[in-house]
Unconditional design. Structure first.
Ligand code: DGJ
Length: 471
């Protein structure tokens, strides 16, 4: 039997690979760098449109299906493939409005399509949220294909076992039993639905997390412990991710515990992927950064998470390296990437000159300290910080580390980044209405000794670190 694993997931961007060779000459695989927050493009230069993705791993190839939000409200379902979660090939539209079913694109739309491989039937199955425009239908649907990139045919739609069902995911247990998990009865509970052997229908319903209003569930199993990540129901806006665990999918879930910051680093859970290698297994959290800034601009974010006993280390990584041979991950070596900050000075900043929120916090290399601008009226150009980097340098990008403790408060959105050789004449190197969350912003290389960040729209901003990229 082919070795096929169902996981879930996705992400990303530019890739660099570094080969590792052991003393005995055997390859230890390559390191792939995954950078978060950027638009993913195919080799043809098309935007990857596969949001709220579902994944299946087939012979070392990740297949990812997800919502095509190019036309915002009537998403088709696209399928992509990749060996490294970075270079994505468009396979095809697997579910299409008006084609796969007549009602799709009219009285129904698809959200959160999730992939499963059924080892018993040898078929590929998509379960998803199947909804009317006002979210009143509260239905699910199932589609099936003989091949992962084959023709997905409609199998069923409706309320599973009569239960109103919205936001959803799937989980395949080690023994091949599959579950559909969804937010039920007007977003009150989570429902765990065991699927029939052919994965075509729900055959058992267990209400879990009753009255806790959770959605975006993602389950992963480590040994005999199931971990569930989930969010609150705040539409497309991010909120606190919470974790619970149990040794039994149907009962015994521990009280929900906060992980990460109060906006889950501007994501909502989509999947947990397992990268199994010769040395270890790395778990990758995959989340949607919805509306960044519009729905079609939603990004897929991926970062490694680590489990220790019943605890999960859930920390954002703007970039990291993954080795698909050994299964290891590491921090991306950044030597030569950023301009060294020793010798930097804050010339001037809005907000506190001294104290806890002082401007110098953005240059101290410590992500736990932050600059707070003063509170002002929305629309005023109040927030600025000017830095002297000590000598002329050529720079080509900017990375703002947000104040992670502040979560969704104080984010820089509307900004100008100006550079100057003498601190008098300024050139705009980069500007926009939407500074993406904790993401490298690249611009045409500029020689400068001074730079200035100006933020216009927010009432206040708070930034933990400012880094600039060397040319
Ligand atoms: C939040 C869900 O998580 C999304 O998948 C989507 O259904 C939006 N709600 C719709 O408002």
């Amino acid at each position: 039997m082919k070795r096929i694993e169902i996981l879930i997931l996705c992400v990303m961007l530019a890739v660099t690979t570094t080969a590792g060779v052991k003393a005995d000459g055997k390859s230890e695989g390559e390191w792939t760098t995954i950078r978060n927050g950027q638009v993913w493009l195919t080799a043809e230069g098309d935007t990857v449109q596969a949001h709220a993705p579902g994944f299946v791993l087939v012979d070392g190839v990740w297949y990812m299906c997800g919502e095509d939000r190019a036309n915002t409200w009537r998403p088709d379902v696209n399928l992509y493939s990749s060996r490294d979660l970075v270079n994505w090939k468009f396979e095809k539209k697997i579910i299409e409005n008006g084609v796969t079913t007549k009602e799709l694109g009219r009285s129904r739309m698809i959200e959160r399509p999730k992939l499963l491989y059924n080892p018993k039937t040898g078929k590929y199955v998509v379960w998803c949220h199947y909804e009317s425009r006002n979210y009143g239908a509260s239905e699910a649907a199932c589609f099936e294909s003989d091949k992962v990139n084959g023709e997905y045919k409609y199998v069923w739609s409706g309320r599973p076992l009569g239960v109103k069902s919205r936001d959803c995911n799937v989980f395949q247990d080690k023994e091949g039993t599959a579950y559909f998990i969804s937010t039920t009865e007007e977003n009150q509970h989570l429902g765990l639905f065991r699927l029939s052997e052919d994965y075509h229908e729900a055959v058992e319903h267990t209400e879990i997390f009753s009255h806790q209003r959770r959605e975006a569930p993602a389950i992963v199993r480590l040994g005999d412990t199931y971990f569930m990540f989930s969010s609150a129901c705040t539409g497309w806006d991010p909120n606190q991710c919470k974790l619970s665990y149990s040794n039994d999918l149907r009962q015994g879930w521990t009280p929900l515990e906060n992980i990460g910051n109060n906006i889950a680093f501007d994501t909502q859970a989509a999947a947990i992927l397992e990268v199994r290698g010769t040395k270890t297994t790395t778990y990758l959290y995959v989340g949607d950064r919805w509306q960044d800034p519009g729905l079609p601009d939603t990004k897929t974010i991926i970062f490694p998470i680590e489990f220790e006993g019943e605890k999960c280390k859930f920390e954002y990584h703007e970039r990291f390296d993954i080795n698909f041979t050994t299964g290891e991950w590491r921090e991306t070596p950044t030597d030569g990437l950023f301009v060294d900050k020793s010798g930097w000075k804050v010339v001037e900043s809005s907000g506190e000159a001294e104290g806890r929120g002082a401007g110098r916090n953005v240059i101290d290399g410590d992500k736990t300290t932050a600059w707070f601008s003063r509170q002002g009226e929305e629309g005023e150009a109040l927030h600025f910080i000017q830095i002297d980097v000590g000598r002329k340098q050529k720079i080509r990008g900017l990375l703002l580390t947000p104040n992670l403790q502040a979560g969704g408060r104080g984010l820089v959105r509307d900004y100008e980044f100006l550079v100057s050789a003498d601190g008098k004449e300024w050139t705009v190197a980069s500007s926009g209405r939407w500074m993406p969350y904790y993401t490298e912003v690249d611009f045409e290389a500029q020689e400068c000794r001074y730079f200035k960040l100006v933020c216009k729209r927010s009432r206040f901003v708070s930034v933990a670190e400012i880094d600039v990229m060397k040319e």
